[in-house]
Design a protein around this ligand. Structure first.
Ligand code: GDG
Length: 500
């Protein structure tokens, strides 16, 4: 391990472990399986480091610190909790983060609840996080803050006179000025982001939106450069702005998908749903994922292309999320109504069921089996930072004999545009036509497209992502950062309808 002064301090809303109390009063913890944890682990272990975040349980939970120390020791990096009161959770997490920033940054302004109390708590909680970071952080450490819950940590750290280098990565899209300027606290948020030394976005489009918002709101910020990383001068201070498409641990997905256990599960799915092509959608329950419109497109394909009846089934997995929020309850009801309507109209008694609907969280084995069994991935978010499901689906398609239908509004489209069938998720007939085209695509074309997508994801996996972000934070010369070859600027993405 390197000296204490060169550590990586990761800061995110949630710690990468969940904690619950068991019967005898002791704590039990479980590591979250996400790619971010896997990707940061080697760096945290090698440089030595710490992860700071909310543990997800009420403030003042006795004995939790001991559990955190023990878990951290096992994980190879330290864990530090930022305790939150129930009111803070309500106003900062559920309120400002998920009722304002989440919908606004996904272009859904009508779902925003611009409650000023949310903003005050958001600022206070960001300050609370900054104090914990400041107390833990040495002068040479690099602090990497993640996501929209914590956009204000750098400005609070600067207020505390912290000299640490601080980077920020936004996992969700950054909206265009038309949308962003509606935020009552737009100036405070833009100014906070400019206090970071490096701000990273998923795509070129997000980065461009951010730069345009900066230009609209602040006259004296200069932004220069042309490659992956730009340089901005803010009141004489230099900072950087880049695009770093997040990815997955491609080799791990590929390896696990190739096991006999996954193969047996995938085969069983085909046995249960025989003589047809399987379409797959896997999404958290969220209005940004476009599930109702996708179901309407599936109904449309069955109506307009009767040749596909009994020859395709849609497996739609919806993973429970934010269920206590009213909009999410309504969304669930809407999805279930549509599934019932499609199945009611088209089902063949004793035989074909058009939509196989699963509402629960999947085990890793089931997730991989669904990916491996599906012939067509149907991923149609209305707006998405990246969409890792699209990349995981490709990684697990080890026979390379399947097609991906992908929304042009997912960040992943900037990388996969030339080989996925790109669709506008609001165009119900267009998505239906893409399903028809994917069904009839010849094997040669299917395989060539999938092979190219898999190569691109393998070459730019999540380890590449961590490495490029950290290098951009410390590099002296930004010329070493040309735009990655796989990034398709949005003006080059082909928006013409699919020709059948
Ligand atoms: C945000 C941004 C951006 C899903 N269901 C199960 C399960 N998953 C895993 C998938 C995948 C992850 O959850 C979902 O990632 P996405 O990228 O699709 O979407 P968000 O959760 O909205 O993530 C997004 C991402 O951050 C990263 O920057 O791409 O745009 O919105 O890894 O595999 N895993 C298991 N069971 C499930 O049922 N085990």
């Amino acid at each position: 391990m390197k000296g204490k002064s060169e550590r990586l301090i990761v800061v995110s809303n949630r710690l990468p472990f969940s904690f619950r109390r068991v019967a005898d009063g002791r704590w039990k913890s479980e590591q979250s399986g996400g790619g971010l944890v896997t990707a940061l682990l080697p760096v945290l272990r090698h440089r030595g480091g710490m992860w700071i975040g909310w543990p997800g349980v009420a403030e003042g939970s006795d004995g939790l610190d001991r559990e955190l120390a023990a878990v951290g020791e096992g994980a190879g990096y330290a864990l530090k909790a930022v305790p939150l009161t129930p009111e803070e959770v309500r106003n900062f997490y559920e309120g400002f983060s998920n009722e304002i920033i989440w919908p606004l940054f996904h272009d859904m302004q009508l779902l925003c609840n611009f409650d000023p109390a949310y903003w005050r708590t958001y600022r206070d909680v960001n300050r609370k996080f900054a104090r914990v970071v400041h107390a833990e952080c040495g002068a040479g450490d690099f602090v990497w803050v993640h996501d929209y819950h914590l956009m204000g940590v750098a400005s609070e750290l600067r207020r505390l006179k912290s000299g640490a280098r601080i980077g920020f990565f936004l996992h969700i899209p950054f909206p265009s000025p038309d949308m962003f300027l509606k935020l009552p606290w737009r100036l405070e948020i833009i100014e906070s982001l400019l206090h970071y030394d490096l701000v990273g976005f998923q795509t070129l489009r997000d980065r461009r939106n951010f730069v345009q918002c900066v230009r609209e709101l602040l006259r004296d910020v200069e932004v220069e450069g042309r490659g992956q990383v730009l340089q901005a001068t803010v009141s004489g201070r230099k900072m950087r702005i880049g695009n770093f498409p997040i990815s997955i641990d491609f080799n791990a997905f590929m390896r696990q998908a190739a096991t006999s256990e996954v193969a047996a599960h995938a085969k069983e799915l085909h046995r249960l749903l025989p003589n047809r092509k399987l379409l797959l959608g896997i999404d958290r329950l969220d209005y940004t994922k476009g599930i109702p419109l996708r179901l309407q497109a599936f109904q449309n394909v069955l109506e307009r292309y009767p040749d596909l009846r009994e020859r395709i089934s849609l497996i739609q997995v919806v993973v429970p999320s934010r269920e206590d929020i009213g909009d999410y309850q309504e969304l669930k009801t809407e999805i279930e109504r549509l599934v019932g309507r499609i199945n009611g109209s088209f089902v063949r008694p004793g035989g074909w069921v058009p939509v196989w609907y699963v509402y629960r969280s999947l085990s890793r084995l089931d997730l991989l089996a669904y990916y491996r069994a599906a012939d067509i991935g149907l991923i149609t978010p209305l707006k998405d930072g990246m969409n890792l499901v699209a990349k995981e689906y490709c990684a697990c398609s080890i026979e390379e004999d399947c097609a991906l239908i992908l929304s042009e509004f997912a960040g992943a489209a900037a990388q996969l545009a030339n080989n996925a069938l790109l669709v506008n998720p609001f165009d119900i007939e267009g998505v239906a036509d893409a399903i028809h085209r994917a069904y009839h695509m010849d094997a040669g074309e299917r395989q060539a497209r999938m092979r190219r997508m898999r190569r691109s994801i393998r070459e730019n996996d999540v380890f590449w992502w961590v490495d490029s972000f950290l290098r951009a934070a410390i590099a002296r010369d930004l010329k070493a950062f040309p735009q990655p070859e796989h990034v398709v600027p949005d003006e080059i993405i082909d928006h013409t309808p699919l020709v059948l």
